[in-house]
Design a protein around this ligand. Structure first.
Ligand SMILES: Nc1ncnc2c1ncn2[C@@H]1O[C@H](COP(=O)(O)OP(=O)(O)OP(=O)(O)O)[C@@H](O)[C@H]1O
Ligand SMILES: [Mg+2]
Length: 502
């Protein structure tokens, strides 16, 4: 069961791309949390910004991306601020990702087995891992303070900028008013500077203390690692000397037997210090079994082209699992697969998620898939989250016209026929529309939708939607019949004890 403990938190993320035709606004101020053990589905049409969001979390955005604003907090660290190196040092890669096209994430000319063990062997120095583990909590605490400081300052700065642009946008202002505004602007700027100075001083003091703690921990960790190594080496040497003495005194099969013990002892010693190829292979085979690859020993030596699409996706999942991730991001992992295989992979992801207690971000354009996976759902349109809530809230009490449109376009479970395609096309994100970006395609659009961006209206503690329809002054509008009918039928089926598969 999902808890309320946040494992990942995205705040006010804004991502643009430089293109030949201008600045493309791919992600426009999105915020969401991922709770431990839950699956959060991000759903939306092509181009709504789903993959850009997931790539930002993984730190693999294209070179022309500009992160304009926001942070992605993981274990107290802002992932947008740490270098890849640092991130690795802190925890290893605890966030795994599975992409849409398994072929593109596999190397076609490297055997499957090697591709699985490769990632493990990069980090094969067990002493180093031990050291990183010993210092990681203090390292995070130290880094955390600096991130927090930057976030607080950035938040205050955003408020200041909003205030200033509000003043700048005013029309028909008298000279008197202008002077007053200027004064107010100056005061706000000064107040911000004061705030920044104070905040910095405060956090820097704290950071200094934590740095001292960290340095202590580092010293201790070095000592511990050294002691571990010395102890293992001393034990190994003693045991080896003992065995060699026995070997000298023995003969025949006895001697052979002792020789075997010597080899085993040497291997064990190596395994204490580093992850060996043999051990990596053992682990890889175990993970291949876990993701349902039959005959893993034979498959281990094969190349990607010898695998079917579904099996390839299982391998990609296996690779993601070798790092023992805490968070798994799946970006349309089943889109390239046919329906039966798709169902198997979804089932596999659900199984692994439960067994390993993973937290999962699952990206898809298919609400049918969402229904099978999600604890919570975020609906994205034109670079924004327009509605989010629990799966139940989104399926049984949707509020945004875009969510209605998505729900109307799910193929019927029985007829498999798409009921209503969403009219029109997504906007050009170099010139995103003003107001509610979906207005031009929505038959529920009101005048205000073309002028002003709707805020997130609260529907319940867990359910929010950005549509002016939720404004107390808005006319009362019912969701489309096709959606309410489906909900009614689904609820009836539920009441009859059937699976409400929607
Ligand atoms: N490197 C890039 N340069 C310019 N524009 C980009 C780049 N990467 C993505 N975009 C644009 O950013 C927007 C969001 O793209 P994104 O890939 O996140 O969409 P998506 O929601 O994942 O869609 P799909 O369902 O097709 O995968 C799109 O308009 C896309 O064209
Ligand atoms: Mg995508």
């Amino acid at each position: 069961m999902a808890s309320q403990e946040k494992v990942l938190s995205v705040n006010h993320l804004v991502i643009n791309f430089k293109t030949d035709n201008g600045i493309l606004k791919a992600v426009r101020d999105i915020s969401f949390d991922l709770n431990r053990g839950e699956t959060l589905c991000i759903v939306g049409e092509s181009g709504s910004g789903k993959s850009v969001t997931s790539k930002a979390i993984m730190g693999i955005l294209a070179n022309n991306a500009i992160i304009e604003n926001g942070n992605i907090m993981y274990r107290g660290e802002n992932l947008l601020e740490v270098s890849e190196d640092e991130f690795y040092k802190i925890r290893g890669h605890k966030i795994g990702m599975i992409f849409q096209d398994p072929l593109s994430s596999l190397n076609p000319i490297v055997r499957i087995g090697k591709q699985i063990t490769e990632a493990m062997l990069i980090n094969s120095d067990k002493l180093k891992l031990m050291y990183n583990d010993l210092i990681s909590d203090d390292l995070i605490r130290y880094k955390n303070t600096l991130s927090k400081m930057n976030i607080e300052i950035a938040g205050e700065k955003r408020k200041l900028e909003a205030f200033l642009s509000q003043l700048a946008a005013k029309e028909n202002v008298s000279a008197e008013e202008k002077a007053a505004d200027k004064k107010a602007a100056k005061e706000k700027k000064l107040a911000f500077q004061e705030f920044e100075k104070k905040t910095r001083a405060q956090y820097e003091k704290k950071a200094k203390e934590l740095k001292a703690v960290l340095e202590e921990t580092e010293k201790k960790a070095k000592r511990q690692v050294k002691e571990y190594k010395e102890k293992a080496t001393a034990e190994h040497k003693a045991r080896l000397a003992e065995l060699e003495k026995q070997r000298a005194a023995a003969s025949g099969s006895e001697k052979e037997n002792i020789q075997k013990q010597i080899e085993a002892e040497k291997l064990e010693y190596t395994n204490k210090l580093k992850l060996t190829k043999a051990e990596a292979k053992r682990r890889a085979l175990a993970i291949m079994r876990e993701v349902g690859i039959p005959e893993p020993e034979r498959r281990y030596k094969q190349y990607p082209f010898e695998f079917s699409g579904g099996m390839r996706q299982r391998i990609v999942i296996a690779i993601a699992l070798t790092a023992s991730p805490e968070i798994l991001i799946c970006d349309e992992p089943t889109t390239a697969l046919d329906v039966t295989i798709q169902a198997q992979i979804l089932e596999l992801i659900n199984k692994i998620k439960a067994e390993r207690n993973l937290s999962c971000i699952f990206i898809t354009h298919d609400l049918g898939v969402v229904a099978n996976m999600a604890d919570r759902v975020a609906v994205m349109y034109a670079g924004k989250i327009v509605e989010y809530g629990t799966a139940e809230e989104i399926f049984y009490d949707p509020k945004h016209p875009y969510t209605w449109a998505l729900l109307s376009s799910i193929p019927d479970v029985d007829s498999k026929e798409k009921l209503e395609a969403i009219p029109g096309t997504p906007p050009n994100m170099i010139y995103p529309p003003k107001g509610d970006a979906f207005a031009a395609r929505s038959r529920y659009a009101m005048n205000i939708d073309y002028r002003e961006e709707p805020p997130m209206f609260k529907v319940s503690d867990t359910h929010y939607a950005a549509t002016w329809l939720l404004d107390p002054h808005a006319p009362k509008v019912e969701m489309p019949k096709i959606v309410s009918e489906r909900i009614r039928i689904s609820l009836e089926e539920d009441a009859q004890g059937e699976q409400g598969a929607y």
